[in-house]
Design a protein around this ligand. Structure first.
Ligand SMILES: NC(=O)C1=CN([C@@H]2O[C@H](COP(=O)(O)OP(=O)(O)OC[C@H]3O[C@@H](n4cnc5c(N)ncnc54)[C@H](O)[C@@H]3O)[C@@H](O)[C@H]2O)[C@@H](O)CC1
Ligand SMILES: [K+]
Length: 508
C-alpha cells in the first residue's frame, strides 16, 4: 500500500519539520535538491547536460540546489528562470544567490527567443521541470505557460515534485501540462500523482527524502492509498481445510431482460470464477432456460416480474446480492430494483441498469449503509448532474461526492477510485483490454463474491477491482489488448487468485 497525501497535508508536514523539529526550511530544500539530483543521475547515468527550468516558487528553489550539485560533480547544468524572477524570495532566492556566485549559466526566458530556448532543450540530455510544484493554482499562466508549451513532445523530461500543470490534490490535468518520463517527488506521494488523468503525465515515480522521517511529520491516516499486491494478499478470504461451499458465500444476481440476456450470466460467471459458493441467477424465463447450458453450476430462479417480492425467498440463504446487470428500464425493472433495494437485508452491489434506477427512484428509496455502487464515468456523471468530461477530469472529487450520497462507490475506468467518504483507494491494475462489453458485469460478480463472504465494503470492492484488473493484465500480456471477451477475463481469475495464495503461503 502506498500512502497518498494532498498538498495541504504535505505543507503541514513541511511546517511541522520546520516548527516542531527545528529543521530550517533551507535545509529541507537542500536535502530535497541534493536527493533529487542523485535520483536523476541514477535514472540517467550517462547524462551530462541538464537544462533546469525554474519557476518563481520553492519548486524552482529545488532546481537551483540541483544545479549546484550537478556542478559539484563536474556535470553541465544550465538554469532558465521562467516567469517573474522578481517574485523569487526566501529559501529559493538564497539558493539562487549562491548559484549566481558560481559559473553555472543562468538566463531569463523572457529575454530569450523561442529558437534559443528550444535548441537548449534539444541539446540537453535531461530537461528538469522545476516550474510549478504543490503551491501552484489552476492552469499554468504567463511565461510558465509558454515554456510548458515548448516542452510538448519531448521525451527526456523529469519533473520535480509534480509535473507542472497537474492538480496535485485531485489528479486533474490543466492545459498545458508537462508530460514526464519520471517524477521525483519529495517526502511522500501526492494523491494527484496516483489519480488519473494526472498519473499518466508523471511517468515513473521516485520518492526522495527531505531529511525528516515521513512518519514523524505526516498524519497516521493518509488522504488516500494506492493498492499493491500485498494488500490483495492480506485481504483474501481465509480458506480452511474443511471449507463448505456455504462458507464461500451465497450470491443472488438479479438482472437480465429481453435485450440483455448475457449480463447476469456474466456476473454469475465472474462470481463462480472468483470462488463464490452458491450463485443464484434471478432473471427472465428465457435467460434461465438458456443460462443453464452456459453456466450449469449456477442456480436459476425464473422471476415473476409482476411479483418482485417472490425473490425475497432467497433472503434466508443469500449472503449478498448484485442488482442491475441487464435489468432493463421498463416498469418491471423499476419494481424489481425498488424491492431489492428496500427489502433485501444483506449487502448489495448496484451496477448497470440498477444505477439507472437508483437515479430515477432516489426519493423512494430507504437509507442503506451496506451498498456498493459501481458506475462508469457516464453513469457517475448522470448521478451527479455533471458531464462525463467533468467526471473524467476530476475522478477523485466525483468519487468522493458519490460516496457522500451512497456510502461506497467504485468509480470504474483506468485508475479505479474506491471511496467510502472516510477512506479512498486507487487501483491501477488493468488497462484498455478491460474496456469490452460485459467486463463490468464480470466485475460485479467478483466484488459480489467477496461481499457474500462478509468482507467489508471497501475491502470487497478493492479486492474485486484488483483481481479483475490483474486478470485483464495477464490476458493482455498473452493476447494483447484487442478482441478480449469478457468471459476470458473471468476465466483468468483463478490464476490470479492462485498466484496470490502462493505468495500468501511464502509470507507465512
Ligand atoms: N519547506 C518546503 O515547503 C519545501 C518545499 N519544497 C518544494 O517547494 C514546492 C512548493 O513551493 P511553493 O509553495 O513555493 O510553490 P510552487 O513552487 O509550486 O509555485 C508557487 C509560485 O508559482 C506561481 N504560480 C502558482 N500557480 C501558477 C500558475 N497556474 N501559473 C503560473 N504561475 C503560478 C505563484 O505565483 C508562486 O510564485 C514543492 O512542490 C517542492 O518542490 C521542497 O523544497 C521541500 C521543502
Ligand atoms: K514541477
Amino acid at each position: 500500500m502506498i500512502d497518498l497525501y494532498d498538498p495541504t497535508t504535505i505543507r503541514e508536514a513541511d511546517s511541522m519539520a520546520i516548527g516542531k523539529f527545528k529543521v530550517p526550511g533551507i535545509v529541507l530544500m537542500e536535502n530535497a535538491g541534493l536527493e533529487a539530483s542523485l535520483c536523476v543521475q541514477r535514472l540517467f547515468p550517462q547524462a551530462e547536460r541538464f537544462l533546469i527550468l525554474a519557476g518563481p516558487g520553492n519548486n524552482g528553489g529545488d532546481g537551483y540546489v540541483m544545479a549546484r550539485h550537478f556542478a559539484i560533480r563536474g556535470l553541465l547544468p544550465i538554469v532558465l528562470l521562467a516567469g517573474a524572477p522578481e517574485k523569487i524570495k526566501g529559501d529559493a532566492l538564497q539558493n539562487l544567490e549562491i548559484l549566481k556566485e558560481m559559473s553555472t549559466p543562468i538566463r531569463i526566458t523572457e529575454e530569450m527567443t523561442v529558437e534559443e530556448i528550444t535548441s537548449l532543450m534539444s541539446e540537453s540530455h535531461v530537461v528538469i521541470d522545476c516550474l510549478l510544484g504543490t503551491g501552484s493554482k489552476g492552469s499554468p499562466q504567463g511565461e510558465i505557460r509558454r515554456i510548458i508549451e515548448l516542452l510538448e513532445g519531448r521525451n527526456n523530461i523529469v519533473s520535480i515534485d509534480i509535473p507542472s500543470g497537474i492538480n496535485a490534490e485531485t489528479g486533474e490535468v490543466y492545459s498545458p501540462c508537462v508530460a514526464s518520463v519520471a517524477t521525483i517527488t519529495m517526502l511522500a506521494m501526492k494523491t494527484g500523482l496516483a489519480a488519473m488523468p494526472a498519473a499518466a503525465k508523471a511517468g515513473k515515480i521516485e520518492i526522495v527524502s527531505i531529511g525528516v522521517p515521513p512518519h514523524e511529520v505526516l498524519p497516521s491516516l493518509p488522504c488516500a492509498t494506492l493498492w499493491e499486491e500485498e494488500d490483495a494478499i492480506a485481504t483474501l478470504p481465509e480458506r480452511k481445510l474443511d471449507l463448505h461451499k456455504g462458507g464461500r458465500g451465497t450470491l443472488l444476481v438479479v438482472g437480465g431482460s429481453e435485450h440483455y440476456r448475457g449480463a447476469p450470466l456474466l456476473s454469475a460467471l465472474g462470481a463462480l470464477k472468483s470462488g463464490c459458493g452458491v450463485v443464484i441467477v434471478a432473471s427472465t424465463d428465457d435467460v434461465c432456460r438458456e443460462g443453464i447450458s452456459f453456466l450449469p453450476e449456477a442456480v436459476f430462479h425464473p422471476m415473476k416480474r409482476e411479483n418482485p417480492q417472490d425473490l425475497l425467498c432467497w433472503s434466508e440463504r443469500g449472503t449478498a446480492a448484485v442488482v442491475g446487470p441487464g435489468l432493463g428500464r421498463d416498469s418491471h425493472g423499476a419494481s424489481l430494483f425498488e424491492c431489492i433495494w428496500n427489502e433485501w437485508r444483506h449487502p448489495l452491489l448496484v451496477d448497470g441498469d440498477g444505477i439507472f434506477w437508483l437515479n430515477e427512484l432516489k426519493s423512494y428509496l430507504k437509507k442503506r449503509n451496506d451498498v456498493i455502487i459501481t458506475p462508469h464515468e457516464g453513469e457517475a456523471a448522470r448521478l451527479l448532474g455533471l458531464t462525463a468530461k467533468d467526471v473524467a477530469s476530476s475522478r477523485l472529487y466525483a468519487a468522493k461526492e458519490l460516496a457522500r450520497q451512497w456510502g461506497c462507490v467504485v468509480l470504474k475506468g483506468h485508475g479505479t477510485v474506491i471511496d467510502t467518504i472516510s477512506r479512498t483507494v486507487i487501483i491501477r491494475e488493468g488497462g484498455p483490454e478491460l474496456s469490452v462489453p460485459g467486463s463490468g458485469d464480470i466485475l460485479s460478480g467478483v466484488i459480489g463474491t467477496f461481499l457474500a463472504q462478509q468482507i467489508s465494503l471497501l475491502d470487497s470492492a478493492s479486492l474485486g477491482v484488483w483481481i479483475h484488473g490483474k486478470a485483464g493484465q495477464f490476458l493482455a500480456e498473452r493476447k494483447g489488448i484487442d478482441g478480449i471477451l469478457a468471459r476470458e477475463i473471468a476465466m483468468g481469475i483463478p490464476s490470479v487468485l492462485c498466484s496470490l495464495r502462493e505468495k500468501e503461503k511464502t509470507k507465512h
